[in-house]
Ligand binder design. Structure first.
Ligand SMILES: NC(=O)C1=CN([C@@H]2O[C@H](COP(=O)(O)OP(=O)(O)OC[C@H]3O[C@@H](n4cnc5c(N)ncnc54)[C@H](OP(=O)(O)O)[C@@H]3O)[C@@H](O)[C@H]2O)C=CC1
Ligand SMILES: O=C1O[C@H](COP(=O)(O)O)[C@@H](O)[C@H](O)[C@H]1O
Length: 600
């Protein structure tokens, strides 16, 4: 028997003052609690017999901490060691001295062990824009090992000089752009070498191995490690990993392989790829990167939610009307046809970056801050998302009427009449107690009006008509905005009385602008710096676990399949380069009573 009174909003330390129970059937689910009492000095005491409760482990959930357990309900105090730990330090296990000690030692060792870094796909956009600048920045901040060699590997023939010139263009020193920066670049570039080779030829990988061995031989008495960074589309992974396994492993230290998203194209290709890679590398050696997890504001999501009292009680369907997660870029595909035309924006941005953000927004509080606990919660949340249908989407493709050469279809390498979307908007439904009925809207597009990634959480409108004489229409929703980039910020849109004799209400903001709040905010490391450093240190919490990916693909695969089978029906709508994208995405949001929030 469920009694509506006992909804999740009441089921916590704020409302339940004292528990008393006898006869607990510990392993039975559901649990029958023969007697539940609520006592308060002022309120009359009442007893409700026979409540059916869900079997939950309450041991580390903050909503249960400090609840006075007269007779313990589901666990005993001795069974809650992590609670004690969390009470002692707010970051739980991360401050455990023995753990800190071993992390310190691991970092120290990583600094001392010589390292070979191979960037596969070094001729590409990612390598140039993100990987090499991140490696340089780590070098600049003295975070790479004392001795290292970097090899760029790709099919395109290129001289060492051309290669170094091409990466030099995108290196920056973030803060000090002075003589020291130039000196560091001059030291860094000679450590970078280029080798042209195929992804499926054994003899080319044997040549690569010889180059790495030559470097290793300069360090006869120490461990030497190898890090392979696969900056290539995932259809090449199988060949590359196979060759690394047979011809590219070092026996003198660890081998780690970083793989870029999207990992596969749907559930079937993902599983096939995963199974075939398992013959060559262990899960320990794989680092599936999603660089959005390394972004400062994405890292802050868990802190914002779980280290503040303010947000969590409001973080549910009773208070939140909708959530929007938006990614916009003000440039097109620009030379990436070889990768992009095969994948499109849904696989490029939504299935990975934005879904990861959504998981961090929607999941329950993890038991600890350990990688596995966080990833467990993300998987649980993702499993509650209803798989998408094609009709949950609006698709678009950019064209430039003034300058047709900039249109997507004019990009060199795009197949004639390609239906690949460069814009998509969609709506998710989450079937769980916290989120049922709250639409999660997602939008991602290239060649739009601005470059921006942000999260907008819209709260319910205020009930009652207290201000109806002052404001004729509905009061606007409060909105929490988390701007991931550019110009990182967290702010809350609220209503306030305009100052002075007026009684006018105006929208105002409670601001946390990183630029002004923290002096060293200019020095926020790029996501790739953080993540590559984590790989070197063997730290996996910001990398994607295999079951996470499987669930993520399960959400998108039905829609992707449907779009492929009925291609003509799902031809993307053309939109103008530099615009807002197809207006149909507004209609999609309107179906759920939502308007995309724009501007500040
Ligand atoms: N660009 C970015 O900002 C980001 C990209 N990524 C991911 O990185 C990966 C690579 O992306 P990006 O560098 O942009 O793409 P590119 O199109 O620039 O591809 C990278 C390199 O891979 C090789 N390549 C491209 N297409 C194929 C193909 N069909 N078959 C075999 N080799 C191919 C090419 O090297 P060559 O022909 O010389 O061998 C190319 O230089 C993707 O998985 C992407 O999702 C992730 C985050 C950011
Ligand atoms: O993964 C990708 O991300 C970039 C955008 O990254 P950002 O850090 O600049 O936001 C995107 O351009 C690219 O298409 C995609 O593959």
């Amino acid at each position: 028997m469920w009694i509506p009174l006992f909804t999740t909003s009441l089921w916590n330390t704020n409302t339940i003052h004292l528990w008393k129970t006898k006869y607990i059937q510990r392993r039975a689910s559901p649990l029958y609690l023969p007697l539940l009492e609520r006592r308060s000095s002022s309120a009359p005491r009442f007893t409700i017999p026979c409540i059916q409760a869900v079997q939950v482990d309450t041991s580390t959930d903050s909503q249960w901490n400090n609840a006075p357990l007269e007779e313990p309900l589901m666990t005993t105090t001795s069974e809650r060691p992590s609670v004690a730990k969390q009470n002692n330090n707010h970051l739980g296990n991360t401050l455990d001295p023995s753990l800190m000690d071993s992390v310190k030692k691991r970092k120290q060792r990583a600094k001392e062990e010589p390292l070979c870094i191979v960037v596969v796909g070094a001729s590409g956009d990612l390598a140039k824009k993100k990987t090499f600048p991140a490696l340089f920045s780590l070098y600049y901040h003295d975070l790479l090992p004392n001795d290292f060699l970097i090899v760029g590997y790709a099919r395109r023939p290129m001289s060492q000089e051309d290669f170094r010139n091409s990466i030099m263009e995108s290196l920056t020193c973030r803060v000090i752009d002075g003589p020291q920066c130039q000196q560091k670049m001059d030291e860094f570039l000679p450590k970078c070498h280029y080798m042209s080779g195929m992804y499926n030829k054994t003899e080319d990988f044997v040549r690569l191995d010889q180059l790495l061995n030559n470097f290793e031989q300069s360090f006869p008495n120490t461990r030497v490690d190898r890090l392979y960074y696969l900056a290539v589309p995932s259809q090449v992974f199988e060949d590359v990993v196979h060759h690394i396994h047979y011809s590219g492993r070092t026996k003198r230290g660890w081998n780690r392989i970083v793989m870029e998203k999207p990992f596969g194209k749907d559930t079937t290709s993902y599983l096939q790829l995963r199974n075939s890679l398992r013959n060559c590398i262990s899960e320990d050696e794989i680092y599936r990167i999603d660089h959005y997890l390394g972004k400062e504001l994405v890292q802050n999501l868990m802190v914002l939610r779980f280290a503040n009292y303010l947000f969590e009680p409001l973080w549910n369907r009773d208070h939140i009307a909708s959530i929007q997660i938006v990614f916009k870029e003000n440039f097109g595909v620009e030379g990436r046809a070889g990768y992009f035309d095969e994948y499109g924006i849904i696989r490029d941005i939504m299935q990975n970056h934005l879904l990861q953000v959504m998981a961090l927004l929607g999941m329950e509080q993890p038991v600890t801050l350990h990688a596995e606990d966080i990833r467990d919660e993300k998987v649980k949340f993702l499993r509650c998302i209803r798989p998408l249908k094609a009709s949950d989407f609006v698709l678009g493709q950019y064209r430039d009427r003034q300058n047709p050469q900039r249109s997507y279809l004019s990009e060199p390498g795009i197949v004639n009449n390609s239906h690949t979307p460069t814009f998509a908007a969609c709506v998710f439904q989450v079937n769980n107690r916290r989120w049922s009925g709250v639409p999660f809207l997602m939008k991602a597009g290239k060649a739009l009006d601005e470059r921006k990634a942000e999260i907008r959480i819209q709260f319910q409108s205020v009930p009652g008509g207290l201000f109806s004489q002052i404001v004729s229409s509905h009061l606007p929703h409060n909105e929490l905005v988390i701007r991931v980039q550019p110009d990182e910020a967290i702010y809350m849109r609220i209503l306030s009385k305009a100052p002075g004799f007026t009684s006018r209400l105006e929208e105002a903001r409670l601001n946390l602008f990183y630029r002004t709040a923290w002096e060293d905010s200019k020095d926020i490391p790029d996501a790739y710096e953080r993540l590559i450093l984590d790989v070197i240190h063997g730290e996996k919490s910001l990398f994607i676990r295999d079951d996470e990916l499987e669930v993520a693909w399960n959400i998108f695969t039905p829609a992707l399949k449907e779009m492929e089978l009925t291609q003509d029906a799902w031809k993307p709508i053309l939109y103008d380069y530099g615009g807002r994208g197809p207006v149909e995405s507004d209609y999609l949001a309107a179906k759920y009573g939502v308007q995309w929030s724009e501007g500040d």
